[in-house]
Ligand binder design. Sequence first.
Ligand code: MLC
Ligand code: AMP
Length: 503
Amino acid sequence: MAELFRRLTADVRDDAPFILAGDRRITYREMYALTAEIAAALVALGVKPGDRVAVQIEKSVEGLLLYLATIRVGGVFLPLNTAYTGAELEYFLQDAEPVLFVCDPARSDALAPIAEKAGVTQLETLGADGNGSLADEIAAAPVDGFREVARDPDDLAAILYTSGTTGRSKGAMITHENLASNAEALAEIWRFTASDVLLHALPIFHVHGLFTATNTLLKAGGSMIFLPKFDVDEVIRRMPEATAMMGVPTFYSRLLGSDAFTRELTSGMRLFVSGSAPLSPETHKAFSARTGQAILERYGMTETSMITSNPYDGPRKPGTVGLPLPDVSVRIADPETGTPIEDGEVGVIEVKGPNVFKGYWKKPEKTAEEFRVDGFFITGDLGYVDPDGYICIAGRAKDLVISGGFNVYPAEVEALIDALPGVKESAVIGLPHADFGEGVTAVIAVKPGTSVSEDDVRAGLSGSLAAFKIPKRVVTVDELPRNTMGKIQKAALREIYKDLYAS
Ligand code: MLC
Ligand code: AMP
């Protein structure tokens, strides 16, 4: 059996409920049967161990089962944000060379030529309602068309694309061991059991919703209320049935914005986890004041899954991301040399352990750049250790904006803005934003004698860039501030415009 599937399901009870979605209740026994059916279709479609299966589909039960089925056939699951445009997808498909691409039925006409251009020969569709050509393949696949495939701990289970400072995405190669070890550690330290009911409102195309939430819950044999997306009213409506939730900080600030979110509503909840972006101490404190419960903040990355977590028992300190997970080593190092530095001083966060990915797909030189010779991975996040040994994140060495838990790489957005008519140059920065944490913002200088409006920039980017990457505001200046080396001073811009979203 594939290592990850074997370890995630080692202790589950067959008759226990796994997924609760709408009026559907899928037990673990049914999950085995359904994933075996999907696996038979994948085999019939020619998916062999090590082959990539790329998917860009709306969140659905079938989509989640497709992930597990891909793991069972030994495939490498490659989920893609539903907001990505055709232009963005083309690169991923070309680079990853999947044998199969599954997309939403509504987008298949538009994406078929893109997939073809990228050399992907098989395109199937799967809609949020579970229908589509893949469903037909599943119905037609032979009943005994799937036999368990053995996969080793070091084999790839997934590739997730994530960008470096260059703005060009790299595929993080994630192994069975990476995911299994992280799920085992999290289920234990967060005390997940078969009695847990996880309120699942995250997308399942990123680490948080797909691995941190799903794998941990699965490892414990619990059940999850599987919602299509985060909708405050729906989350509040279902909360009395749940015991735990995981979310990005925007989930918690939006919940606090509703009067229906009360202490009584949360009385059956034992755990709220936050991550993917910094949870402000204000939100942390307001949440405790409203509910009497402290949000548990943890820290992770696509390349590493979860790295640190505040304790389940013991203080969950606002503004900190807690302590390293069992078996995970974290050090704070000098960004230039990698030499560990004193507790309390700010340096780059580096990590080593069974959670750390194998490298970037087809990019050995990029992989080499991001690891120290002794095997520590350089996260690009800046942090320090407080007197209690808790890690605090103090900023980012990498140029990255995190908006509502989605990463936006300024270099990618700037390159497209700079190519727009009339634009001389641009700087994309993140500014404090009450809802998204950081609001993607462009500061532009235009060529003499031209004028470029906010709408021109936004319209010029749509179609090329996923909507969440498009600047919420565009500010025009005469000149971008530069230091003596000629480098644009983004810190100065962030200071000047820090109140742009204040109203
Ligand atoms: C949606 N929009 C966003 C946005 N999400 N804009 C900026 N930032 C975001 N995060 C835009 C849409 O493009 C659209 O724009 C408008 O907002 C309304 O879209 P929507 O779909 O109705 O938005 P909404 O449902 O409100 O989504 C907000 C959200 C969602 C916070 C619920 O973004 C979300 O679920 N975020 C979770 C991200 C996540 O899972 N991250 C984990 C990464 S893993 P327009 O212009 O079309 O109107 C990771 C590792 C780790 O980082 O440690 O976990
Ligand atoms: P991604 O590449 O999408 O996996 O995003 C990972 C990045 O999200 C990390 O490198 C951090 O910068 C950020 N991140 C994740 N969790 C937290 C957290 N709790 N606090 C601050 N930043 C976080």
